[in-house]
Design a protein around this ligand. Structure first.
Ligand code: COA
Length: 260
């Protein structure tokens, strides 16, 4: 499928989705949101894809936010639709059932930070900058930023970032628990690829259940999360992957998982 604002490549079982509007610092207009929705749906249904890497084209930005030029003319009703579309995209990424890694080399601002936070891993260059600067536009985050940042980094950091609008360094984002790993710019691809390869070789059904259990537990009381975990654990015993993993251990060889 041809996209106007995305570039899609595959490296083995790793699907790389790159937002490709570098002249606009990869800002998310409505068309790009729609295309991302389609690309992630395709990744979800393609059994050959085990991991997704989400990136931004060019050196300067992962994604510098929702498209301000497009939003400028929105009515409140259009803004509501835009926010809903953005939130649906972020939720679909979070609930993809396959690990998603955000590769962040530059600005991850506004909708860009929200997009990165919907991913399961954020690997950032030391040069990356994170922020929720919507308040400087008389706006608030609309793609889940007030909620996902709260869950990732707590109330203090969320209020600081959203109320001041001031971007923070990748190192500070790491200290706040927002970023998974910070690396030198020249080590970014190597680090992302190594993590993606490790995740691609992991048992995919177990990966899906871990993602589901963590998301379920994050939003509910611990008893509900524990009950979900027990069901998911028990279900693992019906898979060939579980037989393969335990047999390979006992035979002192490396397991090969097929996701069945
Ligand atoms: N929406 C639309 N266009 C954007 C954009 C956004 N969020 N962020 C950057 N762009 C565009 C700029 O308008 C400019 O386009 P032009 O060349 O046609 O004028 C181009 O991308 C390059 O950006 P520029 O501002 O010239 O780069 P810079 O290096 O001087 O500044 C930033 C970089 C990230 C600090 C600055 O672009 C910025 O503040 N962007 C908005 C961030 C934001 O508020 N995001 C939240 C939106 S809700």
């Amino acid at each position: 499928m041809a996209y106007r604002n995305l570039e899609i490549t595959n490296r083995g079982a790793v699907n790389v989705i790159t937002v490709n509007r570098p002249d606009k610092l990869n800002a998310l207009n409505r068309e790009t949101l729609n295309e991302l929705g389609m690309a992630f749906t395709q990744a979800a249904y393609d059994d050959a894809v085990r991991v997704v890497v989400l990136a931004g084209a060019g050196e300067k930005a992962f994604v510098a936010g929702a498209d301000i030029a497009e939003m400028h003319g929105y009515t409140a009703t259009q803004a509501q639709g835009f926010s809903r579309a953005g939130q649906q995209l972020m939720t679909s990424i979070e609930r993809l059932g396959k690990p998603v890694i955000a590769r962040v080399q530059g600005f991850a601002l506004g909708g860009g930070m929200e997009l990165a936070m919907a991913c399961h891993f954020r690997i950032a260059s030391e040069k990356a900058k994170f922020g929720q600067p919507e308040i400087n536009l008389g706006l608030i985050p609309g793609f889940g930023g007030t909620q996902r940042l709260l869950r990732l980094a707590g109330r203090g950091a969320t209020l600081e970032l959203c109320l001041t609008g001031t971007p923070i360094t990748a190192q500070r984002a790491y200290e706040l628990g927002i970023v998974t790993r910070v690396v030198a710019p020249e080590a970014l691809d190597e680090t992302v690829n190594a993590l993606a390869d490790q995740l691609a070789a992991a048992a995919p059904l177990a990966a899906r259940r871990i993602l589901d259990a963590v998301l379920e537990g994050g939003e509910n009381a611990i008893d509900q999360g524990l009950a979900f975990e027990t069901q998911a654990f028990a279900l693992s015993f019906s898979t060939d992957d579980m037989r393969e993993g335990t047999t390979a251990f006992l035979e002192k060889r490396k397991a090969v998982f097929h996701g069945i």
